[in-house]
Design a protein around this ligand. Structure first.
Ligand SMILES: [Zn+2]
Length: 201
């Protein structure tokens, strides 16, 4: 870990003082602090800042809705970068299945639904709402996918809408380095089956 003082040259290499450069920008500063935390030397910081994030190819399978299980496969393959958050993944899943982003959601990284210890959650705006004393959930909006120690074969659950309980299984199909500068993420790369309507009219 490298400590950066306010009067140091900014680690981004701009030549300006840190306090007059990335320190002023919340998002840039967040990246600098994360890189500094991982770095062994000052040079490492620039190297880490220039790293291309890993791409996570995820297979998101719809398991059940209101306790009704689906017999045929309904799945979406999504590619997302390690610097995106679980909230970004939530939004992409919402788009991919055509859900209405109007309810709370949780990811359970232990792959067990309702396992509070491994829960990351947020409301539709990405805010972390803690329901009661003893709620150990972590904020999905502030958790980057690259920080979750996911590897090929890892699996976890995504629960959308605590009332209707739309449950999805997610599997990491592949983790790779993107070399295409024009590729934009997150993106939907495969769709199998038709998603059922979220509401019965
Ligand atoms: Zn800077």
């Amino acid at each position: 870990m490298i400590e950066i003082r306010r009067n140091d040259p900014c680690p981004c290499g701009s030549g300006k003082k840190y306090k007059k450069c990335c320190y002023m920008d919340k998002e840039k500063n967040w990246k600098i602090l994360r890189a500094a935390n991982r770095a062994q030397t000052r040079k490492d910081i620039i190297k880490i800042l220039n790293e291309r994030p890993q791409v996570y190819k995820l297979k998101v399978k719809l398991d059940s809705m209101k306790a009704e299980h689906f017999k045929s496969t309904i799945s979406r393959n999504i590619e997302i970068e390690g610097t995106d958050t679980l909230y970004d993944l939530h939004l992409e899943i919402q788009r991919a299945f055509n859900w209405d982003n109007d309810h709370m959601f949780s990811f359970f990284m232990s792959n067990q639904i309702w396992d509070k210890q491994s829960e990351y959650k947020a409301n539709p705006l990405g805010e972390h709402m803690v329901s009661s004393f003893g709620d150990t959930s972590k904020p999905a909006g502030e958790t980057e996918i690259g920080d979750l120690s996911l590897q090929k074969g890892s699996s976890f659950k995504y629960l959308f809408d605590f009332g209707d309980e739309i449950i999805h299984s997610i599997e990491v199909v592949e983790v790779y380095e993107n070399n295409d500068p024009d590729a934009s993420f997150p993106r939907l790369v495969k769709s199998v089956g038709k998603a059922p309507p979220q509401y019965e009219w």
